[in-house]
Write a protein that binds this ligand. Sequence first.
Ligand code: NTF
Length: 823
Amino acid sequence: MNAATAVTLSRRIEDAEDVKRLIIEKLKYAVGKDPEHSVRQDWSAALILAVRDQLVDHWMASTRRAYEQDQKRVYYLSMEFLIGRLLKDTIINLGLEAPVREALTELGADYDEILRSEPDAALGNGGLGRLAACFLDSMSTLGIPAHGYGIRYENGLFRQSIHDGWQAEEPEDWLVTGHNWEFERPEVIYNIPFGGEVITTPEGKAVWHPAEVMLAAAYDTPIAGWRGRHVNTLRLWAGKPAKRVDLDRFNRGEYLSAMEAAVRAETVSRILYPDDTTEEGKNLRLRQEFFFTSASLQDLLRRYLSSHDDISKLPEKVAIQLNDTHPAIAVAELMRLLVDTHGLSMEVAFQLTRETLSYTNHTLMPEALERWSLQLFGSVLPRHLDIIRWIDEQHLRTAAAAKRTLDLERVRIVDHTNGQGVRMGHLAFVGSHRVNGVSALHADLMKQTVFQDLDSLYPSRILGVTNGVTPRRWLHSCNKPLSDLLIETIGEDWIGDLEAIEAVAPYAEDAAFRERFRAAKHENKCRLVAEIQSRVGIHVSPDAMFDVQIKRMHEYKRQLLNIMEAVAQYFAIRNDPAADWTPRVKIFGGKAAPGYEMAKLIIKLINDVARAVNSDPVIGDRLKIVFLPNYNVSTAERIIPAADLSEQISTAGMEASGTGNMKLALNGALTIGTLDGANVEICDRVGRENIHIFGLTAEDVANYRISGYDSRAVIDGNETLKTVLDAIGSGVFSPEDPNRFRAIVDRLSYDDYFFVTADFAAYLDEQRKVDRAFMDKEDWTRRTILNTARVGWFSADRAIRDYAREIWNVETPSAKEINQGGE
Ligand code: NTF
């Protein structure tokens, strides 16, 4: 052991005494406070800094190992990382919870309160961003040398509040209290050019003269995996001006315009686009995408070249994953860097680019497949437009040579028809060696729909890698009662190898275990009852079924179907209050994109129905409806362990995968769902008898889209449906504004694109089966245990192993090796 190592080891935490010493040291020398005068924010900062120290040695060792062994590295480029809070997860991953809790208690600080005071890093909208965060955890757990690359948004996803039932948005300012996890890297700075023109030299070389150059500055957050042995980096880029102040202007007294360039540059990392399906503020959005992609590629090329001479070996040592089309400009930017900076030919550059890049598609919704007008694209990225045209030519030659009859216009990257534009999905596809969907069904549908032509040109490029979730955050850390029970019963292998959770299956037949499983659920429900009471002032009973739908508000996810069922049930209870009703609490959580009027109207409908139902004395505990505002990662961590029923009721064929479905099943909720996304695979694994499937299949939906579908006739033929829609449409829930929900009813009657009316009867039927099933406590518990036991495959570790094997060509240790550990 050399002297340097000896010094660092003394900072290691072995017991509560070490924690106390380190926290006091941090309070004093990093925060600048003495314990007597420290407020919660100071304790929190000191604790985070002390825990962060624990990561540093492993972080450096991980980096050293990657260099020494010349390991292949994975770069995950994502516009979104929805990481939430880091403190509790990191403490648990490092196995430090007991000493930390003890130390803080002895110091007179409240551990749980400190955990709650950490702001959620909401650098993402929903599924795609949360998946990226789970993948970071798993890549560290599996010891894959990896970087997440993204944007350090000043304002993450907006904060949602509910005023009079309507969604209101406020900016989320997670950075104002300081982000103690990160390390600023002032020396890691890249130029990011924009605009200008491309001039061809007499030798035929294209030279880009940008109109403007800004800077990208790096901020690193260490990400530990299970047991903290391997630590990777999340590197986020902030926009900075090349020159902070224009001194000439300033001296002329033009103070505001002297700062113009600074404001412009900083705007690039100012806000996260609050929408995961449509692009707005097109110019800024395109600049954001290019900004972080270019900085990331420059950075990884610099790292590669610092230990390799031969750029042509890049694909052997580097794998770059594009999380959706947002970083798709990487195809052209990597070529630009290889050609313009490193002097390769276009042909060679294209081959290396394709071998290095791969692309994940997360949605088939046509409006989400990005597409830039030629005019905009050419004005912001003129050199890239040239490169893309070149790629398109090559690609067209392949298409023309193919024996199939193809509509060449449809396969082109640059669309020359009326709507002229650059199709980013096509660019990502053509520039990647693998293109993956996020569930088996989704990958199939990609081949049948949006990428049908490209799939026929490049067969075997598309594959499915079903999503997964990290069992560390989504069971072990968020659900202590259940995690403790599992550890006591089957040991703790499942935390690092979720498929080992299958060992609990036989206990489904054990009455004493079922009792304890129920007790764990009950404890979680009581905690949520208190939160509902304190946040929205609604009293609910922990003995009722907690029926949960938490996800972005979107018509295809069909929160509307859920609330319509609530209305039907409300009327049924009123008609016969004495019948044997299964008490339910319907819990909703989710944000609507600020510009998405229909989704916002559905939030209002949920709240208006809730107002009527919750205050109706006839109903009592038989039905309660709760909309919890500002749904985010931390709220999910409290709702999921308390759920009995998981609503996964999207229009079949439209939810690419879902990950909430996995988290809820893992935490012992039964699913009511359509055969959509990963629900299909969940059904296969938990068994058809342990899940409540209803409604049209993706194939049915596709057929109806062709043959046409008459929702008017369906409504007329279903008395309950008609009553529900009449009530909603005539203002029963909005007497102060009877026409408020007319638009919803009209949509369902004349253009029911999401097949709400088509699935209504089947959904109600299945819900009544759920009611009956819930009343049989023992059998219900048995089935929920089997859900927990059988969804181990949906671990993000398994998903990352699939990526590593099928896409990145990177080796991973076996689950056994992970659990046995070793440095
Ligand atoms: C989401 N897509 C899909 O809607 C989910 O089904 C899926 O589970 C997640 O991605 C993760 O793969 C998006 O968030 C986006 F942005 F593409 F719409």
